[in-house]
Design a protein around this ligand. Sequence first.
Ligand code: PEP
Ligand code: MG
Length: 760
Amino acid sequence: MSTIYHFTGAWDDKNLLGNKGANLVAMTKLRLTVPPGFAVSVETYKEYKRTGKLPEEEIKQALEALEKQTRKKLGKGLSVSVRSSAAASMPGMMDTVLDVRDREAMLSAIKKVFDSWDNPRAVEYRRLNNIPADMGTAAIIQAMVFGDLDGNSGTGVMFTRNPSTGEKVLFGEYITEAKGEDLVSGRKTPQTMDALKSQMPDMYAQLEEVASILENHFRDMQDVEFTIESGKLYILQTRSGKRGGRASVKIAVEMAKEGFISRQEALLRVSAEDVRSFLHRRIEHVEKYQAIASGLGAAPGATSGKVVFNTLDAVAAMKRNERVILVRPETSPDDILGVSAAMGVLTSRGGLTSHAAIVTRAMGKPCICGAEEMKIDLHAEKFEVNSHTVNKGDIITIDGSAGKVYLGDLPLTEAEGSPELAELLTWADSFRRLRVKANADTVETVALARKFGAEGIGLCRTERQFTGEERLSAIRAFILAETPEQRAEALVLLHKLQKKDFMAIFRELEGMPIIIRLLDLPLHEFLPSEAETTDPELKRRIRELRETNPMLGHRGVRVAVTYPEIYQMQIDAIADACAEVNCDVSIMVPQVVTSQELLWVKRMVKDRGVKFGVMMETVRACMRAGRLAQVADFFSFGTNDLTQAVYSFSREDVEKKFLSIYLDAGILQDNPFLILDVKGVGRLMETAITWARREKKELDIGVCGEHGGEPRSIMFFHTAGVDSVSCSPFRIPIAKLAAAQGAILDSQIAAARSKLRPLG
Ligand code: PEP
Ligand code: MG
């Protein structure tokens, strides 16, 4: 294996020459004016690391070849730069040695560059960007050109398209009579590319041509370093340019239209993060501000408002048209009006699947959960954090994407779609197999779901409808009833309210399908806490309903077995609403562990013409998937509870107790409540899907847990044979993109496999 690769050679393998080296070879082949030079390979670096020695003789010969090529001797008209070149981009992390004029200095410079692979900054950068430590770097030795030679000289960096907007114009900076370091260090104030255009129109035209040649070759937007030496243009380096989310979408779509890349490739080039930047407001120049607290980024977007500590104040403020942030230790269904009146929510407890997180995500409001350093004093109406005291009425800004809290009313950038994003999403529709639905339980969120292009509602959580004074007191009357008569009376009112709610939702849906989940919450969650009431009767009932493990307790279908009338009321309300408004309804039963429970509820549905399904969120349900498939028309995996069950991790507590330590110590790679655990939960799902489809080939299978809107998990669902995912309305564009990416990658893998011929 050779240790030296000249730019004029045939090799442009980035694993041997690093990115910079490979691109210099490619540019030399493209006949661009690249200062000549050579790469000392990554293999050589690895050998140096083992032995501490460089191949002196080969390097000497390479230098002699360079001297011959430039017709100059090192130190006598020729000086070189020595730079690093790794296969993964590590901008500015390793050392560069410029203007090397003798052989001794050049060898020590190569060592310096190689040694800088292990400097603390590079090590940290690799850790943050998951770059393997053993990848190694090449060293690039290149003849220097001088941008500070005379008035006709200069140096610059240009992007072939605008990296913020994606617009197809040269964008960058240029300094007359200056070296590259002057640009990097900020010692001299650069001019824009427009200034270069008016001062040196001919150079600008050449750069436009270079941009076009490079984009043609690399099929991507490039970030190019150039130097003009006495009126002659040299290209020193090119690489794919880093870009913002909006630019990424525009560039991918336009490059596909210009014929550089296919639509599939355009879809693969855009990340969920890129799409997210269209959907939520952000803090402008966030780097300028110091956060006072941080927690889990539970629902994305930024917002600001006056701090309030309870629902009453939030609602009162809304009536006065004031913007508020609801700050609570955690939220419960009782707080729903406060959440809906507030601009955003900040809690000191709770994880990514806590009540506050799920509700705000569905409403598209920013939320930070589990900001544990905050000490909230509800009575004094203040919180303290890191030596700051924030009182009721003080203004804060929260960034629910990054999980950061700031003092004051920070300037925000508005969310706004773009024609290119709309077009990209129609391309995604043509490739994806997974249907994308929304989790929505009110007319408002159903309207949002439609706005974001949902193909139905995959999960309507009915307990969300028991909020607000009238509804809450109606369900409380049912829970507190002492006699069957009192219970029946309470149910009449609940039926009326539920029917009204369903009719309003069906009207909004205009015939789109909806899966309504029957009541799931434990009953005690509808009651106030014992401390909040003085009524001895209510206190007694609260104590009676209290459970040690409510998450594993009397909830879901178990409530229907003990109090069948509550599910019967819901089923009747759905059927009665259906009789009055055209709709496509499915009913789903939560927390099922056995087909007997399912049959118990199925008897209540009778032959009402609605589809009947099971929420797959217990381990036993997955183990009995074949049998359940015989009874159900469809499955929907509730991956929040299923993850809780598979891990035996409480979804309410782990994030604040020990999960971050597990993640920091590398015991877990990802938060399983955020990114589906393919090896555990995923495998269980695959088993269940296989057994279920063996029973019923056409069984419709969805996912409605929070993972239904998470890109990596969605790719897995595609491969596992799931038919649809359901997520909060705001995550629909991201889900559609991920579903398309999953389908495209799958077909690329299948095509590659079909080309492999069996050995022998
Ligand atoms: C689930 O468990 O994944 C689910 C969607 O239901 P919930 O979050 O309401 O328990
Ligand atoms: Mg659940």
